[in-house]
Write a protein of this length. Structure first.
Length: 214
């Protein structure tokens, strides 16, 4: 049964989670991907990042790794600043410009293969994050830990907590029947009682969502 995570009350829980982050947490993470749209992929697929506001992504890139032979088949150069809400959405570019994806911060050709394949995030030559999806039996896996499942067409893979990377794609990502570009999930990671009370006392509730033009 598909498990969906509610997307509200993020600010208070994010503050609490920041205080309890493991030392291996990255400043920028892949937070959601849609690589197989229910119709044509062109203009409808996306990769979403979550990270520190103001991070300059010039010099960063996304790389697609073919599960069949381990070769990098696609490199996407990134640019722009992560906005104040921490959510940076990269929408696939339509032939005439723009994208059908809502809330985009960058529109480029970001149509990755259906897999089993992997997507890796680099800052220069430094590997920052990676996700592999699908059945890699007899294939080359370039993600973290165990592979995330392969969603049905039109569904996305979303990180359960945008602040935590356990190093295992299978436990870090879930399938969303309805993709949510431009939003991040409510953390499902249990927090110490003292941190929960601190976050709750701030009363900074509300969905972290930007409703910008396409």
């Amino acid at each position: 049964m598909e498990r969906l995570i509610p997307r509200a009350g993020l600010r208070a829980l994010c503050l609490s989670a920041v205080l309890s982050l493991p030392a291996t947490a990255n400043a920028v993470l892949i937070s959601e991907i849609l690589y197989d749209a229910s119709s044509t992929d062109t203009g409808n697929v996306f990769v979403e990042l979550y990270g520190a506001p103001g991070t300059n992504l010039t010099g960063w890139s996304l790389q697609g790794v073919n599960g069949g032979n381990g070769a990098t088949y696609k490199t996407v150069a990134l640019s722009g600043l992560i906005p104040s809400d921490g959510v940076f959405t990269i929408g696939d570019l339509l032939t005439g410009g723009g994208s059908n994806v809502a809330n985009t911060d960058l529109n480029v050709s970001v149509d990755f293969q259906n897999g089993p394949d992997s997507i890796r995030l680099f800052n220069g030559v430094t590997l920052i994050d990676a996700i592999g999806y699908g059945n890699f039996t007899g294939q080359v896996f370039a993600g973290e830990g165990l592979a995330a499942p392969a969603p049905a067409a039109g569904s996305s893979l979303a990180r359960i907590s945008p602040l935590i990377d356990t190093g295992n794609n299978l436990s870090d990502f879930i399938i969303l029947a309805t993709p949510t570009p431009g939003t991040v999930p409510l953390t499902a990671v249990p927090l110490p009682a003292s941190l929960y009370l601190l976050g709750s006392g701030l009363a900074l509730l509300g969905t972290r969502r930007r409703m910008r033009g396409r």
